[in-house]
Ligand binder design. Structure first.
Ligand code: HEC
Length: 153
């Protein structure tokens, strides 16, 4: 009985390794499209965004090594694709002023709720855990941007 279980475990492990090896063969796009129009920021806000948001919400993603290893790569690529679709700080002028306002306010809300950055991002990026001070920087930046939008072009 023990021998049988041992054999099943061994074949199971080999099957898993083989599946992982095959998974590496399928190419998956990790592209960074051109930066068309960056969101205006202060240097402080830019630093916080770069630390916690831009990997998923810009065209300047820094693709980590594990983003090249399936099946983790599939998850990373999916988050970046969906993140850019909802909010892309690299194509900012494509949004209407109304949409920009909404995205700025939502960004602040998501950060305050602790919903953004996605918790999974902390695993490889402990520096993305935002402090009170970081949140205050984002708040000031959003307030300033919204005021600028309210003032008109
Ligand atoms: C690991 C990738 C990742 C990081 C890092 C990340 N996001 Fe997101 N974000 C997503 C994904 C995926 C979505 C869309 C699905 C969802 O809402 O979960 C999203 C959605 C959003 C939305 C839209 C929410 C809505 O309800 O439509 C906002 C706003 C947002 N993120 C802001 C931020 C801000 C601000 C940061 C940095 C503090 C950040 N995100 C960091 C992946 C990320």
């Amino acid at each position: 009985m023990r021998a049988v279980i041992k054999r099943i475990t061994r074949y199971g492990a080999i099957a898993v390794l083989a599946a992982l090896a095959v998974a590496q063969v399928f190419p998956i796009a990790r592209d960074n499209p051109p930066v068309e129009s960056e969101v205006p920021t202060t240097p402080e806000a830019r630093a916080v965004l770069a630390r916690a948001c831009l990997d998923c919400h810009s065209n300047q993603t820094v693709w980590p090594w594990y983003s090249k290893v399936a099946p983790v790569s599939w998850l990373v690529v999916k988050d970046v694709r969906e993140g850019r679709k909802d909010l892309n700080f690299s194509t900012w002028s494509m949004y209407t002023a109304k949409k920009q306002r909404k995205l700025l306010r939502e960004s602040l809300e998501e950060v305050k709720k602790g919903a953004m950055p996605l918790w999974i991002y902390w695993v490889g990026h402990p520096e993305a855990r935002l402090s009170e001070a970081d949140r205050a920087v984002l708040q000031a930046w959003v307030d300033e941007r919204v005021a600028a939008l309210d003032a008109g072009p």
